[in-house]
Design a protein around this ligand. Sequence first.
Ligand code: SAH
Ligand code: SF4
Ligand code: F3S
Length: 579
Amino acid sequence: MSSKVNYLSCPDLSKARLKGDGTKVVPFDMEPDHRLIEAYKGKKYFIKTYGCQGNVRDEETMAGLLEALGMERTSRPSESKISIVNTCAVRENAESKVYGEIGKFKSIKEKDKDFVLCVSGCMMQEEGKANLIVDSYPQVSIVFGTHNINSLYDLLLENLLKKERFVDVRSFPGEIVEGLPYKRLLPYKAYVDISYGCDKFCTYCIVPYTRGRERSRRMGDILAECKKLYAEGYQEVTLLGQNVNSYGKDIGEYGFSDLLEEVAKIGIPRIRFLTSHPFDFEHSMLEAIAKYPNIMPWIHLPLQSGSDDMLRRMGRRYTQKEYLSLVEDIRRTIPGVSLSTDIIVGFPNETDEDFDATLEVAKQVAYESAFTFIYSPRNGTPAARIKDNVSDKIKHERFVRLTKVIEASVEKSSDLMVGNTYDVLVDGPSKRDKEVLSGYTEGNKLVNFKGPQYLVGCIVPVKIIESHTYSLIGELVGDPLLHKAKFVGDLLRRDPVVEEYQRVDQAIKEDGKLMEAIDSLPQVKKDAALSIGSLNYEEKRNTLLKLEDMLNTHPMIKNRENLYSQIQDLIEELRGILS
Ligand code: SAH
Ligand code: SF4
Ligand code: F3S
């Protein structure tokens, strides 16, 4: 089954560290080759993604490329003609899951020699991993990396024509590719990349090597993507970057708070952003969040450790005191804000005192939610070379102690919500009970409540009646059908056709001559009617016909009528949603 492997490019961690001289923005304007379309049109594809939101957004791009060939998504790998395993490298356990997943495709490839399995994502950007994968798993036909998703068509075509295997993992991310197709996973909430890569090089972290140096997308491209989502009726947009706070520093014309304000002005009901590094957090960001009600009062602020010594050795660029004073500023500027965090336990040579400092900060900040991880050495990072004197047993004990402290503050913040009503963006019926819907509050707390499935994608008020630490139980407030009607009304208002109609209507109202003609129509009609049988009938009738003709053929009025009939069609469509 295994055939020749062509190594077109392989990852090189030293190259991944390099910074180019300014980021080039290149358009993607590739049409898929007709032979690819002939081979795959009408066939199914499957994608399994591990890792962070950035990887999920990449999956949407891969899906968009495959759908442009005429393919359809399936949730069953055995039905697929092309499958992609999109990997993560952030910790050891993320990687071990990948091997098991790839293993599942062995029998599919044995049954169907034309089946194509691709492996992509961060793990492939690590030195040696692509070779290991193609050597150990003959069912893998194509390996590509995070910087060359745009070469998917070339690789699929080469594989189709030559029936050989291809590895193409570029290391140097000097460019941003704009205009790639994408197929969103959800119709009401979306991720939007604002920057790629990371320049922080925390000593434990593989991300700057797998995703490359930091490159910001141009503000105009981001706003265009958000405006499209607004017009399509999206309720929530999450702006993504490994460190959103440093957005724009490489461009030098605008920063993250400028972007945040511009995105908020578009009018999407919920704006979120991930992730904020405490180092370059500017107060202007907090002001923007406080000013715009549609920027959600939730900040994910990774702490990693509460010990100054650990923070220094992690390369985090802030002290415990600086972190705490930032938290104070955040809580003061945005009343009711939710704070979440990431904490690493067991960084090499962490002492009891270091760990106690972490517990202390966790207690003091009283996070509304948190992710905790046990340190996992990543080959190629500076921390992986440090000899560690802490046993796994101690690390696990610390992990359990930290989890308890975190749980206490999460529980307390959840308990405080009982009895109050919160807006919840409905995600979907729960897997266990179809009548139970789940969704998130503005502060990113998970709520389960009973309600009809047609509310998925709507923002509805829910009264919290019970707290279960990591989730809340609530009751829908008000009539679900009215909530849906409000949602549908909002969709209509956002449609560009409605906006255009309002614009044309306004222009007509501002045109004095035209308005005069329109206003005179009833009187001219009356005069013509009254003159029937009299001598000046012909003259009055001609005046009326001329006026009617002028109005019926006037470009602005014709345009308004045309838009009006398009709106009628839209209303019909929306009536369908309501029923
Ligand atoms: N750019 C983001 C996310 C990075 S990865 C940030 O800086 O917050 C998400 C989280 O994984 C990190 O915040 C960190 O807590 C954790 N992480 C990263 N590398 C790790 C490692 N080698 N071992 C354990 N946890 C790690
Ligand atoms: Fe990794 Fe640090 Fe960059 Fe986050 S900021 S991606 S933890 S290097
Ligand atoms: Fe994983 Fe890559 Fe994201 S390593 S966490 S998928 S940036």
